[in-house]
Design a protein around this ligand. Structure first.
Ligand SMILES: [Zn+2]
Length: 335
């Protein structure tokens, strides 16, 4: 379904490798791409890949009983995938991250029911943001909802917000809090839930399947989506990704963008890490040169990152967040 655009990509790949990308260090500062090992188009834009809306939701079996679930959502004029993961065992199903509305989460639940009769018993809130939690009331009320204390506090604050829409679906609060690490043995399968450090939300959890060597990273890994930093800890995010990269993992699953082959996902995780570093370095340079925030936002040139999904909406916010980190005004900072 994505074949039409491929020859062009091959041409680009051949040209870039003919330019010596594989033999000498890339000295330009406006590119984060490394040498690309596969001919899949590196983008989160479904239409650039030749997909149609009818290709989604898309379910991929990553290992026996382990599935990724990609559904498209809109942000302004752009569409991109929101990714959940679910693990089927003979003692219930664990879901990592819901979708962004009751309707979309119910759609995922229905698709899970096509695959297994097992009930959903665990929901891991890896990202507390609405596009991964707003549909959580569709899950069985007796399921265990697991979250980091920071995400728990965030969800509680939203549930109690005075300006909350009375018609909004209920916010499901976590039933179990995970500070650092929890190991579940479910139907003979080992599922580890980890906090690897503050990244996209501050309460970022990952789901690790040590035997299958799969790591669901949720929004700590945005595959070709511009670093979204409105509640992020920019420098700590880089360290968190590096901790994930140091683990023995075959398949890193992102929270947005496409679930590509394991090899591509591993490459793109590093591309993403370098994108976060680029954002931090560029904003830091502007800060040190004395640019006010607004001028920095206007002047910033992110090079090839400007073609990534959500660049227009996320780049100014990312600069603001790096400025906040440099000022020591991020939430939870003691400075
Ligand atoms: Zn988010």
């Amino acid at each position: 379904m994505a074949t039409r655009a491929l020859p062009l990509l091959w041409t680009v790949a051949i040209i870039s490798s003919a330019c010596g990308g594989s033999t000498q260090e890339d000295t330009t500062t406006d590119r984060v791409d490394s040498v690309l090992t596969e001919d899949v188009i590196r983008t989160a834009d479904p239409y650039a890949r030749g997909y149609t809306d009818g290709d989604f939701p898309r379910i991929k079996e990553l290992a026996t009983g382990v599935y990724s679930y990609e559904q498209l959502r809109s942000a302004g004029e752009e569409r991109f995938a929101t990714v959940s993961m679910f693990v089927v065992t003979n003692e219930g199903v664990l879901v990592a991250d819901g979708q962004g509305s009751v309707e979309e989460t119910q759609r995922m639940i229905d698709r899970i029911a096509d695959i297994t009769d097992q009930p959903i018993t665990h929901v891991v809130i890896c990202s507390d943001h609405g596009d991964h939690t707003a549909g959580n009331s569709a899950f069985p009320a007796d399921a265990e909802f697991l979250a980091h204390p920071t995400s728990s506090a965030t969800l509680e604050a939203s549930a109690n917000a005075p300006n909350r829409d009375v018609n909004a679906p209920p916010i499901v609060l976590p039933s179990q809090i995970i500070d650092e690490r929890e190991v579940l043995e479910l139907g003979g399968r080992t599922i580890e839930i980890l906090f690897l450090g503050r990244a996209h939300t501050g309460g970022d959890l990952v789901v690790h399947l040590p035997e299958e060597k799969i790591l669901f990273m949720s929004e700590a890994y945005l595959n070709r989506v511009f670093p979204a930093m409105r509640s992020a800890y920019p420098s700590e995010w880089v360290e968190m990704i590096e901790r994930a990269q140091a683990m023995d993992i075959d398949t890193y699953v992102p929270g947005h963008g496409f679930v590509d082959s394991s090899a591509v996902l591993e490459e793109e995780l590093d591309t993403y890490r370098r994108a976060v570093i680029r954002v931090i370095e560029l904003a830091t340079q502007q800060y040190e040169e004395g640019y006010g925030l607004e001028d920095a936002q206007i002047q910033a040139n992110f090079g090839d990152l400007e073609s990534w999904s959500l660049f227009t909406s996320q780049a100014p916010r990312a600069i603001e967040q790096v400025y906040a980190e440099l000022d020591g005004t991020l939430p939870g900072e003691s400075r």
